[in-house]
Design a protein around this ligand. Structure first.
Ligand SMILES: CC(C)[C@H](C(=O)O)[C@@H](O)C(=O)O
Ligand code: SF4
Length: 419
């Protein structure tokens, strides 16, 4: 069996599971974000009274945090009341950050577990050897009542990433290159296991960025075998003991795709699709792409490593006139570390706008919305029309280093000469 199958088998009380089977499995942690007040309503409609386990579920207020309008403030109030009434051990209010960053920091994510959240980017937690997946309000209400959810055991495809990344090529570039090949519908309801020498050496932040974007290929979940970096991270934080699962030798994947990371360049996903990926150098050799905004943030590209990369390029310099650079740390912990390291100060001096940790403009709610006709380069994960505001704006997805180098010049720029 694959490690993911072992996780599903263990949590559903079986010896083994096979692709295509439907199982009912225990959920080790459930998270509801602030777009999903419907979960509370569904819970009561289905006859729920108290959540099944006050230690294993939490709300994270991230998409509208702090609240930009009365509607979201009222939603937060109702969810906060539900959390209080159930005396939830964990509650992440507007002072925390994006759920996928906040949960691992709080120690509720660890290898061998199942985490379900009302958010598609729950695939992120494959970075820790966990099985993470998103669901809607009714499924989440079911979990809150029973602690269980049904799953169809997914086909598992291997994405083998071999070699060392050249200078200027970041985990974000690697996952963009993978997306460009496998395409946005290439892994629908499949699990993606990222393997290979690149992954074995990759740090926690890089692993999270790659697993995060697995869902942009339609993946049900993602997986990476934990390495020492992951074990150090979770050992220092995990709120309960855990068991790492290992794939049996000789396991046969449904498909295998091999990438030589050493041959990659900085990549760009061009408007208006995540799969419209091209080497950045190719795009700018064909046309100059003038920019109005740069954005560094989100559960994909708002960690300390991302902000450090930007600060490294912008320290002692200034962004181009009449552009803006929005920096949104993925969590309060990230912000605190970036202040300690001096990155925030350097970026502010370089002309950046720093906003509160959270989802902010990543999905076009607030704190960095684009006007019609504007062009933005961003370290986030989606570039569909309207994602960051106007449907007539254009979004290019890139690494945080590429965002920083581009804002220096007010046009999309290859970051490599600036490193
Ligand atoms: C709106 C929300 C539930 C959504 C998701 O599921 O991913 C959001 O976080 C996103 O990135 O689009
Ligand atoms: S940061 Fe963006 S991608 Fe991540 S959960 Fe928030 S809106 Fe979704």
């Amino acid at each position: 069996m694959h490690a993911i199958e072992k996780i599903l088998a263990r949590n559903s009380g079986r010896e083994s599971v096979r692709t295509g089977e439907i199982v009912t499995a225990k959920v080790d942690f459930a998270e509801i974000n602030d777009l999903y007040l419907q979960t509370v309503y569904s819970f009561y409609e289905m006859g729920g009274e108290k959540v099944w386990d006050r230690e294993r579920c939490a709300f994270v207020f991230d998409h509208y945090a702090p609240c930009p309008d009365v509607k979201s403030a009222s939603n937060h109030r109702e969810m906060r009341e539900f959390a209080q009434k159930n005396d939830l051990r964990f509650h992440f209010d507007t002072n925390c950050g994006v759920c996928h960053q906040v949960m691992p920091e709080a120690g509720v994510i660890y290898p061998g577990m199942i985490v379900v959240a009302t958010d598609s980017h729950t695939t992120t937690h494959g970075a820790f050897g966990a099985m993470g997946t998103g669901c809607g309000a009714t499924d989440m209400a079911t979990i809150l009542m029973t602690g269980e959810l049904w799953f169809r055991v997914p086909e598992i495809i291997e994405v083998r990433l071999e070699g060392e990344a050249p200078k200027g090529v970041y985990p974000k570039d690697v996952i963009l290159a993978v997306l460009g090949k496998i395409r946005a519908d290439g892994a629908v309801y499949k699990a993606i296991d990222f393997t290979g020498s690149y992954v074995e050496k990759l740090n926690v932040a890089g692993r999270m960025t790659i697993c995060n974007m697995a869902v942009e290929m339609g993946a049900k979940t993602a997986y990476m075998q934990p390495n020492q970096d992951v074990l150090d991270y979770v050992s220092a934080r995990a709120v309960r003991p855990f068991e790492v699962q290992y794939t049996d030798p000789g396991y046969e994947y449904a498909e295998t795709h091999v990438f030589d990371v050493s041959r990659l360049e900085p990549e760009l996903a061009c408007p208006h699709s995540v799969e419209n990926v091209h080497p950045l150098s190719e795009v700018i050799s064909e046309k100059e792409v003038k920019l109005d905004q740069g954005y560094i943030g989100s559960c994909t590209g708002g960690r300390e490593e991302d902000i450090a990369a930007a600060a490294g390029i912008l320290k002692g310099k200034h962004i181009a006139p009449y552009t803006r650079l929005i920096i949104v740390p993925a969590s309060n912990e990230v912000l605190e570390k970036c202040i300690q390291e001096g990155y925030i100060q350097d970026l502010m001096k370089a002309g950046a706008t720093i906003t509160a940790p959270g989802c902010a403009a990543c999905l076009g709610v607030h704190e960095g919305i684009l006007a019609p006709g504007e062009v933005c380069i961003t370290s986030t994960n989606r570039n569909f029309p309207g994602r960051m505001g106007s449907k007539e704006a254009s979004l290019y997805l890139a690494s945080p280093a590429a965002v920083a180098a581009s804002l220096l010049n007010g046009k999309i720029t290859d970051p490599r000469p600036y490193l």
